[in-house]
Write a protein that binds this ligand. Structure first.
Ligand code: AMP
Ligand code: GLY
Length: 427
């Protein structure tokens, strides 16, 4: 069977690396295509050029190349309805419909669903004007959590500790700083606790847990500096005990999947729940309608089951026929190497030499923002490489990952030196 992956980040490199090992590709002679991909993927997939914004083009490519499964990596094409177009054209697709992707595409949509399904999350108010939002502030205690409603590339959440800063941020949001995404703002109660990511696959009815991870969103060591798309991750997150996983499924994921089905907008794909582990139990921070990046990289390092089987079952509504997926008990860690200046003004174009890195079953370098210029690998985006390792425990994974980081020659890059600190402190 032929497969097409859409995307160009470290997440899609890791997905391609894993998909290339599936029997559909490895032993049955299928071809794995990726568009637009990046130079790191050339060794595992065939690079294609299909514009994901042009649904007709994707459908034509799928028909021409006899694609049996399209895997949509990032959120934008999902929220844009690409999965619907493909399904309507009879092309199996891994990824939720436009309406189901509203779980990521609109904070207000998700909050209302939580209300209706009784899902624990932060208290909130929806505001459609600056005046209304300013008035609503007085009903919350600081710190204030302000969220632009729509997709804002991970930058639409502002947390401030006094009313003046909150009013300033609200002015920016309603003033168009996030474009359309800021036409509505959600103000939330601040939740105290540790964050963790939980992944589940669903075909709209059946649900299988698909691993836990912990991301590092701040750019600097010690969780300092501005928020980023994620500077590193590890899996499993042991803070997500068996009891907490069960609680997350029972109180958050199952009710969500059930409510979406009852609403006539079944969710099919990977559901990524950002969680807060509070004194009152697990609460939902947000949903994403795709794999996390870089969380996906660590999940793929640990996944032992055939990924194609699970993605096809989500596409065809047959997930209930499969056993729970198997993951290696080992710990995986990924360290993001970014271009200096990220997240504000990344310095692109810097040369990268990976010849010193000893890749193995336990060490992989996934590419994110890289490109080849005259045969030389250079940085082409903010997050550039994901240096990823597997170890018996978090310490071994960390040591292996940072040995590989040291072997990367990327003078205009930087990374955090403390990925996994919480897990390491747990001993
Ligand atoms: P989001 O884009 O919704 O994941 O928010 C970005 C980050 O803001 C989260 O990962 C949390 O660290 C933080 N955050 C969002 N909502 C809340 C909340 N209600 N209470 C505390 N922290 C929050
Ligand atoms: N790493 C966070 C995300 O993918 O949203």
């Amino acid at each position: 069977m032929n497969i097409l992956v859409l995307g160009s980040g470290g997440r899609e490199h890791a997905l391609c690396w894993k998909l290339a090992q599936s029997k559909a590709i490895e032993s049955e002679g299928g071809t794995l295509y990726v568009s637009p991909g990046n130079p790191g993927m050339e060794s595992v997939a065939r690079i294609a050029m299909v514009d994901a914004k042009k649904h007709d083009e994707v459908i034509a490519f799928a028909k021409k190349h006899d694609i049996g499964l399209v895997v949509i990596g990032p959120e934008a094409p999902l929220v844009d309805g690409l999965a619907d177009s493909l399904r309507d054209a009879g092309v199996p697709v891994f990824g939720p419909s436009k309406e189901a992707a509203q779980l990521e595409g609109s904070k207000a949509f998700t909050k209302e669903l939580c209300d209706r399904a009784g899902i624990p999350t932060a208290g909130y108010v929806r505001c459609t004007s600056l005046e209304q939002a300013k008035a609503a502030l007085s009903t919350f205690a600081p710190p204030f959590v302000l969220k632009a409603d729509g997709l804002a590339a991970g930058k639409g959440v502002v947390i401030v500790d006094n009313v003046d800063h909150a009013e300033e941020a609200l002015k920016d949001m309603f003033g168009g700083k996030f474009g359309e995404a800021g036409a509505e703002v959600v103000i939330e109660e601040f939740m105290h606790g540790e964050e963790a990511s939980f992944f589940a696959l669903t075909d709209g009815t059946s649900v299988v847990p698909f691993g836990t991870a912990q991301d590092h969103k701040r750019v600097g060591d010690g969780d300092t500096g501005p928020n980023t798309g994620g500077m590193g991750a590890y899996s499993p997150a042991r803070v997500m005990t068996e009891e907490l996983v069960a609680e997350t499924l029972e109180r958050i994921v199952f009710p969500t999947v059930r409510q979406m089905r009852l609403d006539g907008t079944p969710y099919r794909g990977v559901l990524y729940a950002g969680l807060m582990l509070t004194d009152e139990g697990v609460k939902l921070v947000e949903y994403n309608a795709r794999f996390g990046d870089p969380e996906c990289q660590v999940l793929m390092m640990r996944l032992e089951s055939d990924l194609v089987d699970y993605m096809m079952a989500c596409a065809h509504g047959t997930l209930g026929e499969l056993m729970e997926p198997r993951f290696d008990d080992a710990t995986a860690m990924t360290v993001v190497m970014a271009a200096k200046g990220y997240p504000d003004t990344p310095e692109t174009g810097g040369a990268i030499d990976l010849s010193g890195v000893a890749e193995s079953d336990n060490v992989k370098v996934f590419h994110a923002g890289t490109k080849l210029v005259g045969g030389i690998l250079v940085a082409s985006g903010g997050r550039v490489l994901n240096v990823t390792a597997l170890g018996a425990d978090v310490r071994e994974a960390r040591d292996r990952a940072y040995v590989a980081v040291d072997a990367v020659d990327f003078p205009s890059g930087f990374c955090r030196s403390d990925i996994g600190w919480r897990e390491l402190e747990r001993g």
